[in-house]
Structures are given as structure tokens and as C-alpha cells.
Write a protein that binds this ligand. Structure first.
Ligand code: GLY
Ligand code: MN
Ligand code: MN
Length: 441
């Protein structure tokens, strides 16, 4: 697969130029000043272009002859003792099929002695590391080029994402079932991670959210350590990562397995926002328009169930939706959970509440992978001041909303591939009320 990725990258640049592309892969990091090592996860651009999952590698692409050269660290016996496996260059030549394999001490050979007119680097830090080779460097073009390549997935990448989604889907189902007997959020997390770890997926693409009751309205809740009982509801936002590729799925459910009352009402609004925006997603459609459509569905639903009053267009005009849905509708997904390519160069976020946090402002194209993740939250820090806000207060049914101040939130999140005419949903976890009720029987 990396071969196709490399070809895509070469194709972005002018052919036959006397220039190189240089990237440094990731290194092991430690917890503060200790010798505790965080488990290594390769930097995504490096992984995309080389497939190498080991730390301290570099790579050079030669735009003149479209060759590539893997630069490996010289490991000593101490490394073998503590970290295992020290391979010779031939091993990497055979495994990754670069045009050559060099030790890092030979980097000079392909840099200064090769006399490139320019070396494209990913960022200033990587460019600085080349200072001693006295080459001309440029740090704008490469990250743009990689974002461009990575935002359209190849069939092989989609296979990996489908596998990550399938494992995450099984983990969600196991965790939802575990919530029925668990008394603490971390027990639900443990049930989730048992499934992903047992499938050999040892990295999580992001810190999972296992939130009971009111914690479900904290958008980045990661403590996951509160007790709960069967009378509450739960939100799980957790994924899986396969060969670097992420799934990012959210489900919300009542712990006792029965949707009722206000929870059922709110759930249906979020599900409708998800269903309608999923149906609307296709090539040519803008992410911000889908986001605004979700906002309208949420406002409409809240009015229908007696939480809001007034004209929906007037509410849209004053961005009332951001009180209840304060994050973006979705983002690109791939090697990173919030994948690259969401904003083309020169495009800025829309300076409007809620939309400001939309991580992708692109017109959709075939082969992109996005999340769609509408949510509806009762966040006291936003709603209480709104009761006296001169712009918002006339739209709010204060008595009805006050009763829900400890409610928490609901989010439903699927992962979609943009196809020729619509979308292919990678997420297989049930989301209809009746399906979840049947699952939690
Ligand atoms: N779990 C991160 C996100 O949904 O964006
Ligand atoms: Mn997401
Ligand atoms: Mn998520």
C-alpha cells in the first residue's frame, strides 16, 4: 500500500526537479524525567509513506529519479539487550523495498553530497535538524501535499479502516452489555479494551470516553472513574486502531436497556440529525452545510418537545444551536482520529458558535472518510446564563429546561466513506432504539 501512497506523493510534485523530500519518523517518549517509556506509535506521515513502525528512522524521497531511501538508526548491543531485535540494512531492504537503506550516519551522502537545490521538510523542527548539512530547506509544501494525499483513501486504506471499525463495533457491544452489571465507568472501559486488545489492536486512537449520567455532557471526559447505577444512561466514545488507521464511534444508551421519557425524546432528535446528515453526505456537499442542517434538526426537535419556542430561522440566526450542540458535526478520519486535510490552505474556520469547532470545512469528494457525530447536551455552564441572556432567553422554555439541568448529553457517531453517490457506513454498531433495546434485552 505504501507504494501507492508514495506514488501519490511523487505525483504532487513537479517531476525531474533537483529536490529531495525529507521526513524524520517518531522517537520514543518518556514520562517526564523518568525512564518510563510510552508505547511507541509511528508519526502518521512517516507511517503513511514507509509502513515502518520502529522509532528513530528517517526517509528521503528523490524527486529527480523518484527513488526513496530509508535511513535507519545504528543500534548497539545495549539496544539489543533492553529493546530486542537489531536488524541489518538487508532486513529493511527486503521488508520495505526502498531503493537503498543507509545508516543515519550516512545521511550526508544523500543530502549535501547529492547537492539538491531544495529539501522539502515537514516542519521547522525537522528542517533545523538538517542545518549541519547546509542545504536549502522549505517547510510549507510537504505538509500540504501529504494532507492532500491522505485525505482521499485508497481501497487498501479503507480495508484497514473497516477492520478497525469492526473490532471497535464488537467492543462497543461488549461494553454496552457490561454496563448493565457494572457499577463503575472503568469496568465498562475494561470490557471495551478487552475486545480491542484481544484482537491484537494494542493502541487506542484517542482516549476513550466512558461517561455515565451527567458526565456524558463533558465533551472530553476521560476520567472514566465514577460509580453509576442502572437508573442512569451512558455514553461511550471509543475507537480502535489497526495498522495506524482509526475507528471513532459513539453510542449513547440507557443502562437498563429501555429508552423512555426525556432520554428517548432527546435520543430521537440526535438520531434524526445523524440520519438526515448521513443521507445528505455525498460528493459536492460542504461539511458546514451538513453541520447547519444538524443544528436545524436539533432546534426543531427541541421546539417539538417543548424545550424551545419561537421561529427556527430566528434561532438559527442567533446561533442558538450552539447552546445544545457546541462541537463540530464531524471530521476527517484516517491515520489520525482528527485526520489531516480538513481545511485547505487559506480556508479559515467559520467564526460562529459551534461551527468554529468544525474540524473539516471541505467539499466532500469520493474516497474521503468522515465522522458524523451530532450531539445534544444540557450543559449548565451554557444553559443557565442563557436564561437571562437578552438574545437567547425569549427562545427558551425555562421551566422545562431547568428540569433537565443534570441530564448530561447524547451523541451518536458513525464513520462514513464518501462514495460516488452517497456514503458507505463503516460503523456496524446498532443505533436504532429498538435495536439497542433488543441487544440489551
Ligand atoms: N473521539 C473524538 C471525536 O469524536 O472527535
Ligand atoms: Mn469523532
Ligand atoms: Mn468520537
Amino acid at each position: 500500500m505504501e507504494q501507492l501512497n508514495r506514488r501519490k506523493l511523487f505525483d504532487v510534485f513537479k517531476p525531474n526537479t533537483n529536490a529531495l523530500i525529507y521526513l524524520r519518523g517518531g522517537s520514543v517518549t518518556h514520562r517526564y524525567d523518568t525512564d518510563f517509556e510510552y508505547s511507541f506509535r509511528q508519526e502518521s506521515n512517516f507511517l503513511y509513506l514507509t509502513g515502518v513502525q520502529e522509532p528513530d528512522f528517517h526517509v528521503i524521497f528523490d524527486l529527480k529519479d523518484r527513488t526513496w531511501h530509508l535511513v535507519i538508526p545504528k543500534r548497539d548491543a545495549k539496544f539489543a539487550v533492553w529493546m530486542g531485535h537489531v536488524h541489518k540494512p538487508d532486513y529493511y531492504k527486503e521488508r520495505f523495498k526502498p531503493d537503498s537503506v543507509l545508516y543515519d550516519e550516512q545521511l550526508e551522502l544523500v543530502l549535501s553530497k547529492r547537492k539538491p537545490d531544495l529539501v522539502y521538510c515537514l516542519n521547522v523542527a525537522q528542517a533545523k535538524s538538517l542545518e549541519r548539512y547546509k542545504v536549502e530547506v522549505e517547510t510549507e509544501t510537504l505538509s500540504e501535499a501529504l494532507s492532500y494525499c491522505r485525505s482521499i483513501k485508497t481501497p487498501e486504506e479503507l480495508d484497514k479502516m473497516r477492520f478497525a471499525s469492526d473490532v471497535a463495533g464488537r467492543a462497543h457491544i461488549a461494553a454496552m452489555k457490561r454496563a448493565q452489571t457494572a457499577t463503575s465507568e472503568y469496568q465498562v472501559k475494561a470490557a471495551y479494551e478487552f475486545v480491542t486488545s484481544e484482537a491484537g489492536l494494542l493502541h487506542q486512537p484517542y482516549s476513550g470516553i466512558f461517561a455515565s449520567g451527567a458526565n456524558s455532557a463533558i465533551l472530553h471526559y476521560v476520567e472514566n472513574n465514577r460509580s453509576f447505577d442502572r437508573n442512569t444512561h451512558f455514553l461511550i466514545d471509543a475507537g480502535a486502531e489497526y495498522q495506524g488507521y482509526a475507528a471513532d464511534i459513539t453510542r449513547s444508551f440507557p443502562v437498563n436497556g429501555r429508552y423512555s421519557g426525556i432520554y428517548a425524546d432527546f435520543y430521537d432528535i440526535v438520531l434524526q440529525a445523524l440520519t438526515e446528515t448521513t443521507s445528505g453526505a455525498r460528493p459536492g456537499v460542504k461539511m458546514e452545510d451538513l453541520h447547519l442542517h444538524a443544528c436545524r434538526v436539533i432546534l426543531d426537535g427541541l421546539k417539538r418537545i417543548g424545550m424551545l419556542k419561537g421561529n427556527i430561522s430566528d434561532m438559527m440566526e442567533v446561533n442558538l444551536f450552539a447552546l445544545f450542540f457546541p462541537h463540530g458535526l464531524g471530521h476527517f478520519l484516517g491515520l489520525d482520529t482528527h485526520d489531516v486535510g480538513g481545511y485547505l490552505k487559506g480556508v479559515e474556520p467559520i467564526d460562529r458558535p459551534g461551527l468554529r469547532f468544525l474540524r473539516a470545512r471541505r467539499t466532500l469528494e469520493k474516497g474521503m472518510v468522515i465522522t458524523i457525530e451530532p450531539g445534544l447536551y444540557i450543559i449548565p455552564a451554557l444553559i443557565e446564563p442563557a436564561f437571562t441572556d437578552p438574545v437567547y432567553k425569549s427562545f427558551l422554555q425555562e421551566d422545562a429546561l431547568r428540569k433537565q439541568l443534570g441530564f448530561g448529553g447524547i451523541r451518536i457517531e458513525d464513520n462514513l466513506v464518501i462514495t460516488e453517490n452517497g456514503t458507505d457506513n463503516l460503523t456496524t454498531v446498532p443505533k436504532k432504539r429498538a435495536e439497542i433495546e433488543a441487544l440489551l434485552g
